[in-house]
Every structure is written in C-alpha cells, then in structure tokens.
Design a binder for this molecule. Structure first.
Ligand code: NAD
Length: 482
C-alpha cells in the first residue's frame, strides 16, 4: 500500500544486494522520516525486470549452500556477531526511517542476533523410524530452494531475521523485500552481511509495489514468508498457490487483554500500559482491546490515563524519548479516523485523543472508556496508540466476545489467581495466550503464528525451522545387511 513514486537517480542511496554485490538500479524512491514528515533519504527502486537476475543468482547460491551444514552454522554465528557490532551504527538509521526510540531500535538489532544464534544451534530433525533386519526407514527434511521474505514497517529488522535465520539454517537462500516505508536499515544489513555470507545467499531488494507481488509470482522461489496485513496476505496466499509455493503468513491481529475482578491494578498497570503502547502501538501482537471486569474498570482507566500523562513523546532520536511518531501518513490518518469515530459513538477520552500540533506523525497515547464491541476502534485492528477499555460482567461472555473477532493472533488473561487465568486462557482462540503479561511467548524457542484470519503457519522454534523444509521419506531394505 505504498504511496511513494520513483524518480531518476541523483545522489547514491544504499544499494540493493544481489549475488553478494551492489545491484544497480535506474530509479530510486524517497523515504520519509516520520518525526518530520519529510523525505530524508532515498532507496533503490529495483525493477521487476531485475528479478530474474536476483532469483537466478540466489538459486545458484543454493546449490552449494544447502550442502555444507557446518559452514551454514558458522556463517549464522558470524552474521550475529556482525549485527551486534554494527548495532550502534545502524540504530539511528532505523529510528530515522521507522520512528521508534533509539534504544528500541538498537534492541531490535541485537535481538535479531539472538535469533541467528538460536537457529545456528538448532538441529534440523532426522528421524529414523525403523532400522532393523528387515527395513530401513528414515524421515528427513530437505530445504526448499529460494525463499522470498516480505516484511512490514513496524519491526523491519527483527521480523526479517525471524525468516532469514531459520531459512538459511535449513539450507535455503533468501531474498528479502522490506516495506517501502522502511527499507534503509535492511539494505545496510544486506551490505554488511556480504562480509560473512557467500554471494547470493542473502539478497536485499527494495522498491514500491508491484515489486513484492512480482517476487511472489516469480517462477524461481519455492516459498514466500510474509508478514503484513491480512488484506495483502490473502493476495499473497492466492498468488503463491498458482505454482504451489509454500507460504507462511503472519498477518493482522486485534488482540484482547482480559482483566479479571481480582487483578491488583497498581501492580500490573505499567506492564499492561506498555503492552498496548510500545512502538507507538504499532505491534501486531499488542493489546488492542482491553476487557476489564466492571468492578475495576474505573481504576484501570484512571491508571492507564495517569501513565499516558507521564510518557515522553518525541523524535525517537531525542535522548529520553519513550514514544515516537507513527510510521507513516496513512497509518496516522487511520488512527485519527478511528478515534474520531469512537468519540462520535460516545467514547470518553481519558488521555490523548488528538494528534500533536507539530511536524511529523505524532499521536500521543490515547485511552478511551465508555466503549464497547460494535464500534470500529474495538472491532478493527487499529495498529496504533489507542487503548479502548471495555467493561464486562461475566467470564463466559468475555471469552465469547474475545473470540468473536475474525483475528486470532495473541491474547492475555490477568488475575491474582494464576490457575484461574490459565483455565480461561485455554478457552481463547488465538496462536498465543499469555497469563499476567501480554506477549509473554515472544522468544526464539516458542512458535508464533495466528489462528483464523491472523495467518497460516508459525515462525520460531523447531516448528518455524520445519516450515523452511519439505519432508522426505527414505525407505528400503536394511541399510547394513549382515
Ligand atoms: P502490508 O500488508 O501493507 O505490507 C506488508 C509488505 O507487503 C510490505 O513489504 C509491502 O510492500 C508488501 N506488499 C504490498 N502489496 C503486496 C503484494 N500484492 N504482494 C506482495 N507483497 C506486497 O502491511 P504493513 O502496513 O507494512 O504492516 C502492518 C500490518 O502488518 C498490520 O496488519 C500488522 O498486524 C501486520 N503485522 C503482522 C505481524 C505478525 O507477525 N502477525 C507482525 C507485524 C505486522
């Protein structure tokens, strides 16, 4: 859904990477710093007609990369070291194109290194089902070939490495296509990792649509790993089906947090607050609908509004900023529209509620009460800094309301009695449900993926690794007949 248009090259942007070297392009496109609303840099606009070259070189690299497992593990570890040592240099660029505070940008880069190390150590499973005097039967996993990784603008580096690390570990080669809103840091990472990865193993291309659609339709890649909206994910799934490409689709969410009547509001307030507002609310698994038992509803609204008043909102590059701008103009307009619609339908604004009067896409943390299901800000994925706090009376009813959404990405249940919360958690239909924290299952070891319209497949852990392979049976007579 990018709005950028391409222009002829003038100053040199960070180049795309293909076959381990610069990929020169005729065009470039502007990248906006969301803290100013102005173009501050350009990225190469890779042409659809260049995809044959990009994918053929990735395919050629696959032939040798898939064969040398120790080399792959070593390369992943070396890539992790390079990311760690470049984090201070890369973080300001990530902040400039994405908007997030510098510390969070740095953290995103170093966390990506954790994923590389985790997958470097993980075994690709081989299972000998039978090995006796009559038969040998083994189930192995083979890499797929070239993988296309398509990423959104909220965590441009981390979400790319959720794909790159397992895909490379399994023996595939990868072509990353970042969001046209935030391609610059990934382009820089592509260039950086040329030092430690063989040519063609990791390519990074940028450009406005139809580059992503053309990559999905291209005949060479065997898998598309996509993170983004449900609308585009559906198009990707349909296009990939044409030649049976494997897909992992990590899509939207409208994640409920359910607070039972015994919650100690003061104790959980900061954790609940940041589960909705970190990254200015632009987190797929952020708490987006807060269902609170009516007996503590007023106290929760008060606590969230009080915290909203303390947050330092500003350019992510500013020391001490906790909360940056929204990433792009369409997202900024969407948040304004959803809050306006909620107020029109009777919502009470306890904090925030209007954009800041300054350049850039600044919208402060916004807490809404007097809201309920049926209004857009509760029913739709807002993907912004808005916390609608909805009252409920009955536990069975709140589970029904949580599950009524077409989405099913994550959820959380909060109670002073963990057992009570765990029992309710099991009834929520989503890929992860956390107890007394939101997003408690985000780590390399645990599978992450959505139910229903939130996607297909999972990332992370051995389950994520397996999704970059096809299963193969090798069976026959005894292997070593005596
Ligand atoms: P988006 O769907 O607009 O774009 C995602 C990516 O797809 C971008 O790189 C874009 O250029 C590309 N793209 C656009 N049209 C395409 C097409 N026809 N074929 C192939 N690629 C195409 O999403 P966004 O606005 O960048 O990101 C926000 C969305 O991402 C939200 O809905 C959010 O919930 C979701 N998200 C999900 C997860 C998850 O893990 N489930 C994580 C982060 C974000």
């Amino acid at each position: 859904m990018t709005r950028q248009s391409t222009t002829r090259q003038g100053t040199e942007p960070t180049p795309a990477t293909a076959d381990g070297v610069d990929l020169s392009t005729a065009d470039k496109f502007g990248i906006v710093n969301p803290a100013t609303g102005r173009v501050f840099a350009h990225a190469p606009a890779v042409g659809v007609d260049q995809l044959d070259h990009v994918f053929s070189t990735a395919q050629r690299a696959y032939d040798s990369w898939q064969d040398d497992e120790p080399a792959r593990r070593a390369a992943l570890r070396a890539a992790a070291d390079r990311l760690d040592s470049a984090a201070d240099e890369l973080a300001p660029l990530l902040t400039a194109e994405q908007g997030k505070p510098l510390l969070h940008a740095r953290d995103e880069i170093t966390r990506s290194a954790l994923w590389l190390r985790y997958f470097a150590d993980l075994e690709v499973p081989r299972e000998i089902v039978r090995d006796d005097a009559e038969a040998y039967q083994e189930v192995v996993r083979r890499p797929l070939g070239v993988v296309v990784a398509i990423t959104p603008w909220n965590f441009p580096i981390m979400l790319a490495f959720w794909k790159i690390a397992p895909a490379l570990r399994a023996g595939n080669t990868v072509v990353v296509k970042p969001s046209p809103y935030t391609p610059l840091t990934m382009l820089a990472v592509g260039k950086l990792l040329r030092e430690v990865l063989p040519a063609g193993v990791l390519s990074v291309i940028s450009g406005p649509e139809p580059l992503g659609a053309a990559a999905v339709a291209h005949r060479i890649p065997r898998k598309v790993s996509f993170t983004g909206s449900t609308v585009v994910g559906r198009q990707v799934g349909i296009a990939a089906a044409a030649d049976f490409k494997r897909v992992t689709l990590e899509l939207g969410g409208n994640d409920p947090a359910i607070l039972l009547d015994d919650v100690d509001v003061d104790r959980i307030a900061p954790s609940l607050f940041w589960s909705a507002f970190v990254n200015s609310g632009q987190v797929c698994l952020g708490a987006k609908r807060i269902y609170v038992h009516h007996s503590i509803h007023a106290r929760v609204v008060e606590a969230m509004a009080a915290l909203a008043g303390t947050v330092v909102v500003g350019d992510g590059a500013m020391p001490g900023a906790q909360f940056g701008p929204l990433n792009n103009l369409p997202q900024f307009e969407r948040v304004k529209e959803l809050v306006g619609d909620a107020v029109h339908h009777g919502a009470a604004v306890a904090a925030g509620g209007a954009p800041l009067d300054r350049d850039g896409y600044f919208y402060p943390p916004t807490v809404l009460s007097a809201v309920t299901d049926g209004i857009r800000v509760v029913d739709e994925e807002q993907f912004g800094p808005v916390m609608p706090i909805v009252a409920f009376d009955d536990e069975a009813d709140v589970v029904r309301r949580a599950n009524a959404s077409a989405y099913g990405l994550t959820a959380s249940v909060w109670s002073a009695d963990p057992e009570r919360a765990y029992a309710l958690a099991a009834e929520v239909d989503s890929g992860q449900v956390s107890v007394n924290v939101h997003g408690g299952g985000i780590m390399p070891t645990l599978p992450f993926g959505g139910h229903k319209d939130s996607g297909i497949g999972v990332e992370n852990g051995p389950w994520g690794l397996a999704s970059y392979t096809d299963i193969q049976v090798i069976a026959g007579p005894p292997r070593n007949p005596s």
